[in-house]
Design a protein around this ligand. Structure first.
Ligand code: SAH
Length: 703
């Protein structure tokens, strides 16, 4: 939900504050009235209570009404009772079982929603539906995160002094006490309380039509299996590092393992949601390219003269050593030896060379030696890629066996994959058809800002607001878990999966999951009718409908699965792919085919880094695409991205200046161009939404 919307909703709850009904006798005891008033005020904060207490008829306002408890105004609410029958309900308790009344529940009218809600003065819980009565006393549909925006009309659950109703109905304080705002938000004042909801807007529905894809018959996420996947994948990472080190004398190139998975998934037809198991070619072009790039040594960015001199020397030395110690042709050995000797003698002579001289010399040496070194290392680098692929297959088999044996213990068979229908349907999250066994063992703890979910002593952390985001998505998209009993285990699996995929180290994966700024999304929706992201995760999505890498973990949270297996026929999309070349290339081919196949309005606004020298194939294809309507460059350092770790990062570390330019491409068929074409006025608006100062006030308050 966008920030504006959430504020709007707050002030629009429309609770009538009236005199307390004597006939009800509910608050006829002044002590009780006082208690409730204070509790309510404490629960929602005085200012907010005043905001909520709208439309108080002056004649019913008393001195103490600043602290009035919300109560049904039976004189002005529509005459509809809880069961929806037309009649004039008595306020407060009419139609409610005695046990609920005893437990502190009362019924109120919400003007905004035009329906009743329930509020418990003892526990400060609010619910849209009448609380359920369980055998052992009272049980209310409890929010797994402690805050259920969709079933917490007053939004009290996450920030109130909560008391549980014990079986004997005595209130018990629990640890979810209301924190002072200062304590929670590092001293930001009450009125400036950050609202991270402005990082998404789930009020937007999609009008995208797609060719219906088959439901997914992968094993459902199970914490024990996910933990096993993480262990095996981390071992795989370690093997990769060890092979690079022992065979090529280098560290595994940064993030190359992550890009390897992204690249492999482009052509993989296997059954594992993450690891490659059935690729037509064993050698991954991206892994091969990245290892080769760092042979004989990884060159870092050169800032100072001393760096340049040192790197030139190290490169020459490593090249010479490599050519002397490995099998290669006589010609390669001769060439490299000659070039490196010449470099050493130049270094000895030129003690006062300029930075440019060193840089020239280094690129000359690389040009001369590079092909010979690549030829020398070819077989062994290919062997690393092949070994990695086969190890991944073995891991995925072990993971599959573990999942199926756990499912079998619960008498669950993985169903046969149904064929896709050829129907045109509105876009929706992919359906998982393998039933989920009982999931247990995940517990949660909250601190000031984060929620920690623990499974078998392994803790996954997430910012509290993003936990609420996941809950919103789950309530919206998940249809097999009305009691939310699988919510926490599924969140744990989701967090575990993304960390497994993008790496265990701090800041790893940041660049592969960077998101566009919020005002850009807002503009894309308002002006270009965008309602879906082609590349997202439940953690970084802005819309509630999106494509993502993992159907099995993400579809419960709204994902329509990987974009390359998603076939829209009409609609407007934003596409900000992870910066992995083969995936970007396949994305462009995919969009091209989709655009060619329909005459309904279809539009993709694509964002790619401005890399040149060489220009990636994806960029070249878009530059020459017949569907390209416009291409725009946003220069480096003049715009920002949101961190790929926004769901755990402190709020002031969410936005980062982009160190590269960003290229925007409008790929549209004729109908798409007519409807959402990049007119100069629209483009102006979009470009200004990239300016950091364009952020909404409320978003700036976060920083
Ligand atoms: N949604 C944000 C951030 C995009 S970052 C935005 O559009 O600005 C790129 C995202 O693409 C990551 O979250 C990554 O997990 C996801 N991704 C990776 N492979 C994918 C695939 N094949 N299909 C869809 N999403 C994918």
């Amino acid at each position: 939900m966008s920030c504006m919307d959430s504020e709007g909703a707050n002030s629009d709850v429309g609770i009538k504050v009236t005199n307390i009904s004597d006939s009800d006798g509910y608050l006829s005891n002044p002590d009780m009235e006082n208690f409730v008033d204070q509790e309510f005020m404490r629960a929602i904060g005085e200012n907010e209570a005043k905001e909520r207490a709208i439309e108080i008829p002056p004649e019913t306002r008393r001195e103490s009404d600043n602290h009035s408890y919300p109560q049904i105004d039976s004189t002005s609410t529509p005459a509809v009772n809880v069961s929806g029958q037309n009649s004039c309900p008595s306020p407060g308790t009419t139609g409610m079982p005695e046990v609920l009344v005893q437990a502190g529940w009362r019924m109120f009218w919400s003007q905004r929603e035009n329906r009743y809600y329930f509020f418990n003065k003892l526990t400060n819980q609010s619910l849209w539906d009448m609380p359920q009565i369980a055998q052992a006393g009272m049980a209310v549909p409890k929010s797994p995160t402690g805050a259920a925006p969709l079933n917490d009309p007053l939004g009290l659950s996450s920030a109130t002094t909560t008391k549980t109703a014990s079986p004997d109905n005595k209130s018990q304080p629990v640890s979810l006490k209301r924190r002072s705002i200062d304590e929670t938000w590092n001293g930001v004042s009450r009125n400036k309380q950050p609202k991270l909801e402005c990082y998404w807007n789930f009020d937007i529905n999609t009008d995208v039509m797609v060719m219906e894809s088959a439901p997914c018959n992968l094993a459902p996420p199970i914490p024990e299996v996910e933990q096993f996947r993480a262990t095996l994948t981390n071992q795989l990472r370690q093997h990769y590092q060890d092979m690079c080190h022992s065979r090529e004398g280098i560290d595994a190139p940064n993030e190359s393992f992550n890009r390897w998975i992204l690249e492999r998934k482009v052509s993989d037809r296997g059954r594992d949601p993450m690891l490659p198991t059935d690729c037509p070619v064993e050698v991954s072009p991206s892994m091969y390219r990245e290892i080769m790039h760092d042979i004989p040594i990884r060159l870092s960015r050169i800032k100072y003269l001393s760096d340049a001199r040192k790197q030139l020397f190290c490169y020459a030395e490593a090249a010479k050593k490599m050519i002397e110690t490995r099998n290669t042709t006589a010609e390669s050995r001769k060439q490299v030896k000659w070039q490196t000797e010449e470099t050493f003698s130049w270094l000895r002579k030129e003690q006062n060379a300029l930075l440019e001289d060193y840089l020239d010399r280094l690129s000359h040496l690389r040009r001369q030696c590079g092909p010979h070194l690549a030829q020398t290392a070819k077989n062994s680098v290919e062997a690393i890629c092949i070994k990695m692929y086969h190890m991944a297959r073995e891991c995925s088999k072990k993971i599959f066996d573990k999942a199926t044996s756990l499912l079998q213990l619960n008498k669950i068979e993985i169903p046969v994959q149904p064929n896709p229908t050829a129907r045109l349907v509105p876009a929706a999250p992919t359906k998982m058809i393998t039933p989920t066994p009982p999931l247990t063992g995940v517990t949660q703890e909250r601190d000031k800002t984060h929620v920690s979910l623990t499974y078998k002593s392994e803790v996954m952390r997430i910012n509290g607001k993003f936990m609420e985001k996941l809950e919103l998505l789950y309530r919206h998209s998940c249809h097999d878990d009305p009691t939310m009993s699988n919510f926490l285990p599924r969140v744990w699996c989701l967090l575990r999966r993304y960390q497994t995929m993008f790496g265990p180290n701090q800041y790893e994966g940041i660049v592969l999951q960077g998101a566009l700024p919020v005002p850009v999304f807002k503009c894309l929706h308002d002006i270009f009718g965008v309602t879906m992201e082609c590349f997202a995760s439940p953690l970084n999505c802005y819309f509630k409908h999106y494509c993502s890498a993992f159907t099995d973990t993400d579809s419960y949270f709204g994902s329509s699965g990987p974009v390359l297996q998603f076939f829209p026929v009409s609609g407007s999309f934003e596409a900000n792919a992870p910066f992995a070349e083969e995936l970007m290339e396949s994305m462009v081919d995919h969009f091209d085919k989709l655009l060619a196949q329909t005459d309904k309005p279809l539009s993709f606004i694509v964002f790619v880094p401005e890399w040149r020298d060489p220009t990636p194939v994806a960029t070249l294809h878009m530059e020459n695409s017949r569907f390209k309507r416009k291409q725009v460059l946003i220069p480096a350092f003049e715009h920002e991205y949101r961190s790929g770790l926004q769901h755990v990062a402190p709020v002031n570390e969410v936005y980062h200046k982009s160190v590269h330019g960003t290229l925007l491409f409008f790929l549209q068929n004729d109908a798409g161009f007519e409807k959402w074409g990049p007119t100069p006025a629209r483009l102006r608006e979009l470009l200004s939404s990239f300016q950091p100062e364009y952020r909404t006030c409320s978003e700036n308050l976060l920083l």
